[in-house]
Write a protein that binds this ligand. Structure first.
Ligand code: AMP
Length: 267
């Protein structure tokens, strides 16, 4: 696996790749969820390019940018083992040089739920993903269903900007006890991690449920377990609440200082 940190070298290495190229964007601190994305990418493409960039644009002022876990050597070993051809690891000055001014604004989908809790987050995600697409020029990009709203925002952007890049979504990889794998799980104490299990349990219990009371009960149970609930809802593909016909259950909670999100099919 080649590790590349300069844009001119990326362009040269990319030009030498023949056949279909898949991109797997990540922020590092990799786990089995990321490996599942790479496995999916390999099924659809001749070469897999993974990127690691902790994108300042998608972190709010009070969020965890500076303490976000960074594990360069372990990440590179995992990617090489998973069959990645090229690791694109730019620094912030390469991504956002002096004078950088253009941002993508993602509109309504990006203003609800995660977007409401994290103003500017999805604009930051869309902007960096658009840049990564321009840099790597993939035929296909792979994202996790774990970030359900992010996946919707990226699909919307690709349609709206006629980017012509295929998207594959990969089901959420979980630990055996049901907790969705996340780089942020590294922040949890053992006690917090045990508490966090109430999140997938609550979503699971809501599958097939439509009554107002079921949602109130889910929220109350999460709070009683020690989680601060931001939202737990059933939504349609536009992220409008629809308890009868929405296709997805989505939730965000805080455990101590750590914010966790999860989602499941509603039916
Ligand atoms: P991140 O490094 O957290 O920005 O995530 C990079 C990509 O991995 C995104 O497309 C995420 O949706 C995906 N991802 C993160 N956690 C999981 C998981 N547990 N299962 C599947 N995909 C995941």
């Amino acid at each position: 696996m080649q590790t590349i940190t300069r844009l001119d070298m990326l362009r040269a290495a990319r030009a030498a790749l023949k056949g279909r190229v898949a991109l797997v964007p990540t922020m590092g601190a990799l786990h089995a969820g990321h490996v599942a994305l790479i496995d999916e990418a390999r099924r659809h493409a001749d070469h897999v390019v993974a990127s690691i960039f902790v994108n300042p644009l998608q972190f709010g002022a009070n969020e965890d940018l500076s303490r976000y876990p960074r594990r360069e050597a372990e990440d590179a070993a995992m990617l090489a083992d998973a069959g990645v051809a090229m690791l694109w690891r730019p620094d912030a000055a390469t991504m956002y040089p002096d004078g950088f001014a253009t941002h993508i604004s993602v509109g309504a989908i990006g203003e609800r739920f995660e977007g409401a809790a994290r103003p500017g987050h999805f604009d930051g995600v869309a902007t960096v993903v658009a840049k990564l697409f321009g840099q790597v020029r993939p035929d296909l990009a792979v994202f996790g269903e774990k970030d359900w709203q992010q996946l919707a925002v990226i699909r919307r952007m690709i349609i709206d900007l006629d980017l012509g890049i295929e998207i594959a979504g990969v089901p959420t990889v979980r630990d055996a006890d049901g907790l969705a794998l996340s780089s942020r799980n590294a922040y949890l104490t053992p006690g917090e991690r045990a508490t966090a299990l109430a999140l997938p349990a609550a979503l699971h219990a809501l599958r097939g449920r439509t009554a107002e009371a079921d949602y109130e009960e889910a929220r109350a149970r999460l709070e009683a377990a020690g989680l601060a609930v931001d939202y737990i809802e059933r939504v349609d593909h536009n992220f409008q609440v629809d308890r009868s016909n929405g296709s997805r259950l989505i939730a965000a909670v805080r455990v101590g200082t750590t914010r966790l999100i999860d989602n499941m099919p509603a039916a």
